[in-house]
Design a protein around this ligand. Structure first.
Ligand code: AGP
Length: 611
């Protein structure tokens, strides 16, 4: 989820590119750079850190030239350093590219290039592409790019340039977004509409598998197989703020709707049949064999993802797993037996409590595995292994897409451990892998249903918006999801909400349930389905108004509830990835109905870096 900006025309390229990158800073900002064609050469300036560092570099010496590309990075491969910042060049420095997304087979390509004598100056997957383009070049940049990307698999967008053709850019879109903007005698290309709005409102949005050759006079658009494409320009009437939110009224809603892509990206290149490859996990089989206990530590939403993880590791692998709030753990005196692993989960990788809790377990001999969304964050510095969640920059304080990505990371870890240690037989592993692969499509279909989950949750939000107390219940994995649903609701709607295991109600909280009290139940776990129904009957008997989250084909649930939020059927183990979506939407619409500041709720920070 990086930002890309390219320009070709009569004006100096650098300032235009920089301005475009500023508009895309909301997509990522751990490093930035520009490459400009200047008198038969390509000049590159790049720097780790926010755009201000690049701006300062350009103020010292700005490359001259009327064609260039720029990038603001949110790292997925390689730490945010000057070396890893884009644009990347080939060794002859005659070609440069910027790239957004993931090259799934970059490791094989890199090995092949290394064998043929190439050397690399970064740790990124991008650099293999520019090597391939240079190797394929025989006087036509578009053809070189076409041949190079034919060898790459993954989800990405890129823009390439060469000093040999100083009036041409070539852009490719393969799932990651890319848009072309048209000025008078000048053409722009960017990964997002906000970057273009200072210059033009006439755009063409590229589609998957398309390539565009861009010159000041206009463009040639074709499919990657060479089939020409004719497409009308469209006129954008969004302002910049609307464009940054992709047309959604809030970042939170945009991020909820990004989840199909996030789930797909989290799996990309990591799951092949039942084999799991996690690029920054380096333990050996001896460690897997000896592993006796898993600790999970985190705070807030990340902790709720960990609660689900505990159910997964214990249920699937039968490895004892303990999930502890990091702020509790850090002041305890935990008994850490040998042969344990700690999963420290943190979107930001900077949460002070999580860092302290994780360090404590590590100091006592536990292997530390970070699950985080931020490459190079503090947590990664002292972790033994890292699983990056690939959710892209999350702006809304209320975490949504990062949560689903944390779930996927844990499923992958469980499958990896289960396979290599022989805890999962072929059939069981295949069932999990197949169900995982179906998830992106299922999340997408859930969000896209006509008169579906978004409308239904908006309608129900209208009924909840003036309530004082809302209860969430579930059992096992459903309870884990209930905790997250409840947190989402309270942090942005400011309504009191509480989550509890369904069986706990009758031990006290049932006294608070009276006529009209809203109770939200998640009921997807078949082995405890009837037990949860019993709890529903208890609250119904006291007049509660019950909303359920249940599978599409569950016809029984309607008998005990007032409304049902339906999700596609999956294996029960994976249901949190789907069942959380209606609860995120419900929280969003309640806060919206109450007219609240959704993306920045009062008293809360996105990342809590102090105790
Ligand atoms: C959830 O919506 C909040 N943003 C909060 O609970 C958050 O999950 C928690 O502070 C942990 O943050 P981290 O994942 O960056 O460590």
């Amino acid at each position: 989820m990086c930002g890309i900006m390219g320009y070709v025309g009569p004006r100096p390229a650098s300032p235009i590119i920089l301005q475009g990158l500023r508009r895309l800073e909301y997509r990522g900002y751990d490093s930035a750079g520009v490459a400009v064609a200047n008198q038969g050469a390509i000049e590159v300036r790049k720097a780790a850190g926010k755009l201000d560092r690049l701006t300062a570099l350009l103020e010292e010496t700005s490359p001259e030239g009327q064609l260039g590309i720029g990038h603001t990075r949110w790292a997925t491969h390689g730490a945010p350093t000057d070396f890893n910042a884009h644009p990347h060049s080939d060794p002859s420095e005659s070609f440069a590219i910027v790239h957004n997304g993931i090259i799934e087979n970059y490791f094989e390509l890199r090995e092949e290039l290394l064998r043929s004598g190439a050397s690399f100056s970064s740790e990124t997957d991008t650099e293999v592409l520019v090597h391939l383009i240079a190797a394929e070049y025989d006087g036509d940049l578009a053809e070189a790019v076409r041949r190079a990307v034919a060898r790459a698999s993954g989800a990405y967008a890129l823009v390439a340039m060469t000093a040999h053709e100083p009036d041409t850019l070539v852009a490719v879109r393969m799932i990651s977004p890319m848009v072309i903007g048209f000025g008078d005698g000048e053409t722009f290309v960017a990964s997002g509409i906000p970057a273009l709005l200072d210059h033009t409102r006439r755009v063409i949005v590229m589609e998957d598998g398309e390539m565009v050759t861009i010159t000041p006079q206009g463009i040639r658009m074709e499919k990657l197989d060479g089939t020409p494409i004719e497409r009308e320009q469209t006129e954008i009437d969004w302002d910049v703020e609307q464009a940054e939110k992709g047309g959604y009224p809030h970042f939170m809603l945009k991020e909820i709707f990004e989840q199909p892509r996030v789930v797909a990206d989290s799996l990309l290149g990591r799951l092949s049949g039942t084999d799991v490859t996690l690029e920054d996990v380096g333990w050996d089989t001896g460690f897997e064999e000896s592993l006796e206990k898993i600790w999970i530590t985190a705070c807030g939403t990340a902790f709720h993802a960990g609660l689900a993880g505990k159910e997964v590791f214990e249920g699937l692998l039968r490895i004892p797993t303990e999930a502890v709030y990091a702020h509790e753990l850090r002041y305890r005196d935990p008994i850490v037996a040998p042969n344990s692993m700690t999963l420290a989960i943190s979107q930001s990788g900077e949460t002070a409590d999580t860092l302290a809790g994780a360090r404590l377990l590590q100091e006592r001999g536990s292997r530390l595995v970070a699950i985080t969304n931020v490459v190079g964050s503090a947590l990664t510095h002292y972790s033994d292994d890292v699983v990056y969640t690939r959710a892209g920059l999350e702006i809304s304080v209320a975490s949504t897409k990062a949560y689903t990505a944390m779930l996927i990371a844990q499923y992958l870890l469980a499958l990896k451990l289960g396979r290599s240690r022989g805890l999962l037989d072929d059939g069981a592993a295949r069932e999990v892998a197949t169900a995982l692969e179906a998830l992106p499509e299922q999340v997408e279909s859930l969000l896209k249903r006509e008169e579906g989950i978004d409308e239904m949750s908006r309608f129900l939000a209208g009924q909840l918006a003036d309530k004082d107390d809302i209860y969430f219940i579930g059992r096992g994995l459903d309870y884990a999801v209930a905790t997250e649903g409840s947190l989402k609701l309270k942090e942005i709607s400011y309504l009191h909400s509480e989550a509890m295991p369904a069986g706990e109600l009758k031990h006290g909280t049932l006294a608070l349930v009276t006529e009209g009290t809203p109770v939200i139940v998640v009921n997807t776990q078949q082995h405890v389905y009837d037990k949860t129904v019993s709890a529903l009957q208890e609250v119904k008997a006291r007049g509660a108004s019950v909303i359920a989250v249940a599978y599409d084909d569950d016809t029984e649930i309607e008998h005990y509830t007032d409304h049902v939020l339906r999700i596609p059927r999956t294996m029960d183990l994976l249901s949190p990835v789907l069942s959380i979506v209606p609860l995120q939407l419900l929280a969003y619409h309640v806060a919206d109905a109450r007219g609240l500041e959704i993306d920045q709720p009062r008293n809360l920070a996105k990342s809590v870096t102090v105790e």
